[in-house]
Ligand binder design. Structure first.
Ligand code: FES
Length: 322
C-alpha cells in the first residue's frame, strides 16, 4: 500500500500521541504526522508480526461471518441469536446478553462491521491504539461468552487474542511515543484524521456488503430429492449431506429407522464430525460432544443446546429430507 499523505499538526508537550491540545507556544511544539509506512517502521519486528496477524485475522473473522448465510438468518442454527442464547446459562455477563437476544440480528451486523473496522484500522495504522483496545475488548467479551466454559482455558483462543491485543496496544504506545504517528484518541478537529476514520468505516461497510454477496453455502438439493438410495445405505451407516437450507448435515440409519442432524455446532457454528468409535458427533473447535442416539443431546462441552434435527424419511427406494 502506498504511503498516505503526511498530516502535520502542532501539539503541545512531550507526549502528543496521548492527545495533547494544540498550543501557540512554538518552543513547546512538536510536529505530529500520520504515515502508513511509519506506523509499521516505528514498531519492532515482534510488534509488526502481532499487528499483521491480528489485523488479518479480524478481517478474516468479519469475512467469515459476512459470507455465512446463516449468521444473520433467524431460521439458521448458526444464527447469532442462537449463539447468544447458548451462552446465557454459563456466561458471567448473561445479564448483558439477555438484552441482546431481541436485537440479535442488529448485534450480528455490528459484530461483523466492528471486526472489519478493527482489522482494517490495525493494518492501516489509523487510530491504531484505539483499534488495539477495541480488539482487546472484543476478545475479552468472547472469552466471557463463547469460551468461558472451555477447560483448560488455553484450549479457548480468546484469552490468547486478548493478551496479544493488549501487548500490541502497549507496544504501539511505547514505540510511537514522541513520533506522533498515532494517538490514543484521534484528533477529530483534524479534517484529514476524520477523513481517514471515515475511510476505515466506509471500507468496513463495503467489506460487509461484499461478503454478503458471496455466501459460502453449498449447493442445496431440490426439495424431495434423494439423499441416498436405501439399498446403498444399510443399517449402521452414516452419511454427510447438505440440507435444503444449505446446512451441512449428517444422516444415520439404525434399526430404529433413519434420522439426521444439522452438523453446525450450537456453540459457535463449527462443523461437527461423526466419531464412529465413540458413536458421538464431536466438534473440533471446543470439543462439544453430541449423542446422535439421544436426539443430538449434549454429552459435554461449552454448549447446552442439542443439535437441531433434520426431518428425513424413507420414501420408496430413497431416503429423502421432508
Ligand atoms: S464451536 Fe465451540 S464447541 Fe463447537
Amino acid at each position: 500500500m502506498a504511503e498516505q499523505p503526511t498530516v502535520n499538526r502542532q501539539v503541545l508537550g512531550s507526549s502528543p500521541s496521548e492527545g495533547a491540545l494544540p498550543s501557540s507556544h512554538e518552543g513547546m511544539l512538536q510536529v505530529a504526522s500520520y504515515s502508513f509506512t511509519k506506523s509499521w517502521q516505528n514498531l519492532p519486528v515482534a510488534a509488526r508480526i502481532i499487528r499483521l496477524f491480528l489485523g488479518v485475522t479480524f478481517i478474516y473473522g468479519g469475512w467469515n461471518k459476512a459470507t455465512d448465510p446463516g449468521f444473520l438468518n433467524p431460521k439458521s442454527p448458526s444464527y447469532i441469536g442462537v449463539q447468544i442464547s447458548s451462552y446465557l446459562e454459563t456466561s458471567p455477563i448473561s445479564f448483558l446478553l439477555k438484552n441482546m437476544i431481541d436485537n440479535a440480528t442488529a448485534v450480528g451486523w455490528m459484530i461483523i462491521l466492528t471486526e472489519f473496522a478493527i482489522g482494517i484500522a490495525t493494518l492501516t495504522g489509523v487510530a491504531l491504539q484505539l483499534a488495539s483496545l477495541g480488539g482487546f475488548l472484543i476478545s475479552i467479551t468472547l472469552w466471557l461468552t463463547a469460551t468461558w466454559t472451555v477447560r483448560p482455558y488455553f484450549l479457548g483462543s480468546d484469552t490468547a487474542y486478548a493478551i496479544l491485543w493488549l501487548a500490541l496496544f502497549f507496544l504501539v504506545r511505547q514505540n510511537t511515543k514522541g513520533r506522533h504517528v498515532t494517538a490514543l484518541i484521534p484528533d477529530l478537529r483534524d479534517r484529514r484524521e476524520v477523513m481517514r476514520i471515515f475511510g476505515v468505516a466506509a471500507a468496513s461497510v463495503a467489506a460487509v456488503f461484499l461478503g454478503r454477496r458471496f455466501p459460502t453455502s453449498n449447493p442445496t438439493p431440490e426439495a424431495g430429492s434423494a439423499i441416498v438410495k436405501v439399498a446403498d445405505f444399510p443399517i449402521g451407516s452414516t452419511k454427510e449431506f447438505t440440507a435444503f437450507d444449505g446446512t451441512p448435515a449428517v444422516l444415520f440409519r439404525t434399526k430404529a429407522g433413519v434420522f439426521a442432524y444439522s452438523s453446525v455446532c450450537t456453540h459457535q457454528g463449527c462443523t461437527v464430525n461423526y466419531d464412529k468409535t465413540n458413536n458421538l458427533l464431536i466438534c473440533p473447535c471446543h470439543n462439544a460432544q453430541f449423542d446422535p442416539t439421544s436426539d443430538g443431546s449434549v454429552i459435554s462441552g461449552p454448549t447446552k443446546i442439542a443439535l437441531p434435527k433434520i426431518k428425513v424419511a424413507i420414501l420408496g427406494i430413497n431416503i429423502v429430507e421432508i
